[in-house]
Structure formats: C-alpha cells, structure tokens
Design a protein around this ligand. Structure first.
Ligand code: PAF
Length: 281
C-alpha cells in the first residue's frame, strides 16, 4: 500500500493504473477510520480493481467555532485498517498541498445546501464540494463512495457531479451502527460515558418516526412532532433540527411520498451528532 502526501505522487500512480486499464474506487475521508469507513472501503474493493482512500481533515469545511483543531487524528491506526482492508493507496496531504497560497476558487451551490446542516453550518458544503471536486480531479476515480449517514452531503455530491459533468459514479452506502443503535461517527469519541448513553436518543427517536411511517403516516408534521417529542425526553439533548425533506432536492415537504429524507441533528453536551433514515414511497 502506497501512502502519498503529494498530489504529483498520486497522479503518477493513477496514470499507471489507467494505462493498464484498471478501474479506481475512491473513498474520501477525514480519517479516524471506523467500521462505517471500512464498509465504504469494502464496497469499493468489490467493485474496482484499485482502491484509494483520502485522509484529509479539510479546514475549508469547518466554521470558525467548530472542531477543526480537536478533530481526532490517528494516521498509524488508519493506515493499518486500510492495509488490512486491501486498500492500494492512501492520499494524506497537508493543507498547504491542497490549498496553495493564493487559493481562491470554490465550488458552491444555490439549492440543497441551505436546509438541514446548511442552516447552522453555512460554509460547510462549499468546503466539502470544493475538496471533493479537487480529490476527483487528482484521483480521477471511476466510482466514489459516501456514507448515507451524511445524507445531505451525499445528495450535494450527486448534484455537483451531475451539474458539472464529472465522470465519477457516486455510490451511497448504508449507515453502520453500534450494537445499541448509535450511528458510527468519528465524533462519537468526544462523548463521555453519560453523553454516550444520552446519544442513543438519536436512533431511538428515529425509530419512533420510522414506526409511524411504516404504519402508514404520511403527514410530515406528525412525524416531525413524534421525533421531536422523543428527543425532548432526554435532558442532555438539544435539538439543532428535525426535518423531513425531498432526498434529491433537500427541500422541506409536507407529505411523505417519493424519496424522502428524515434527518436530525442534536447536540449532546457540546457534541453535535447527526442521524437519519430514508423512505422510498
Ligand atoms: O464525510 C467526510 O468525511 C468529509 O466531508 C469528506 C467527504 C471526506 C470531505 O472532506
């Protein structure tokens, strides 16, 4: 497995693969890899001749009061997970390699990024789109793999690829959960024992919402209220949003029909966690 810090090094390897007619799968990550990332790597491994994983804590997608400095990092452990999972190349650039002095070009979007996480993280998706498009230009993957846990990110990247005619297929992969239901996230490491317990309210509240949908409820407001009510039972939880939107356009809906995203963001102490489920009706 090759570990590259330089863009030129990645390009050289990718060119060799392309010359040999090999397909490439890319798993973009910010590192501190867990079972969720591993499932993306496994999917990429199955569908491509070569697998590249990028590990880059992208400063551009963090707001001024967010956790850029404290975001967990452990390259050695990540490299071991990648090696064991059969990854061929890790791209681990420093910020200066990705954003040279004078950098001033961004990828932005008018729709999709204003709702849900876009409300409390106004510059987040511009940073995500910019870095993801850069990674696509560097690695030129045939396919790229994103977790459904960041469902809005998945929808945004799909839209960007379609709008800008990027020749990479975007594959969404299911949420991986702990045994007790908590969605796997690198940010779970911020939680102390009490908070870890309280964090179960996210998956529990979504189960309440899902049960309503399964029982035939299509009124989005009724589903929102049921989820909100469940979260409010947990004293350590503070709701950022509970929203029901069209999964393709990320616009709020009143009636559940078509492809629908039920998404929540909740603070447990200082840690902001997200979770969701998707309904196809
Ligand atoms: O989901 C993430 O880890 C990041 O947002 C991504 C896609 C790697 C871009 O920095």
């Amino acid at each position: 497995m090759l570990i590259c810090n330089q863009i030129a090094m990645v390009r050289q390897q990718v060119q060799e693969w392309k010359k040999s007619g090999l397909s490439i799968g890319l798993v973009p990550t910010m590192g501190y890899l867990h079972e969720g990332h591993k499932s993306l790597i496994d999917a990429a491994r199955k569908e491509n001749d070569r697998v590249a994983v990028s590990i880059f804590v992208n400063p551009m997608q963090f707001g001024p009061n967010e956790d850029l400095a404290s975001y967990p990092r452990d390259l050695e452990k990540d490299a071991k997970l990648c090696e064991d999972a059969g990854v061929d190349l890790i791209f681990h650039p420093q910020p200066e390699e990705m954003y040279k002095q004078g950098f001033c070009t961004y990828v932005d979007m008018n729709g999709l990024t204003t709702e849900l996480c876009g409300k409390s993280r106004p510059i987040h998706f511009r940073g995500v789109q910019t870095v993801v498009l850069k990674l696509f230009h560097i690695v030129t993957p045939d396919r790229a793999y994103f977790g459904q846990k960041d469902a809005q990110q998945l929808a945004v990247v799909k839209r960007m690829v379609q709008d800008l005619n990027v020749g990479t297929e975007i594959i969404g992969c299911p949420i991986i959960r702990e045994e007790d239901g908590l969605a796997k996230s690198s940010r779970n490491t911020y939680l102390n024992e009490k908070e870890r317990q309280a964090a179960l309210v996210l998956s529990r509240s979504l189960q309440v919402g899902k049960a309503l949908v399964d029982a035939g409820e299509t009124n989005a407001q009724a589903i929102r209220q049921a989820i909100t009510g469940e979260i409010e039972k947990e004293p350590m939880a503070k709701i950022d949003y509970v929203d029901i939107v069209d999964f393709e356009t990320i616009t709020p809906i009143e009636t559940v029909q078509g492809s629908v995203l039920v998404a929540i963001a909740v603070f447990i102490g200082k840690t902001r966690l997200i979770d969701n489920f998707i309904v196809e009706k």
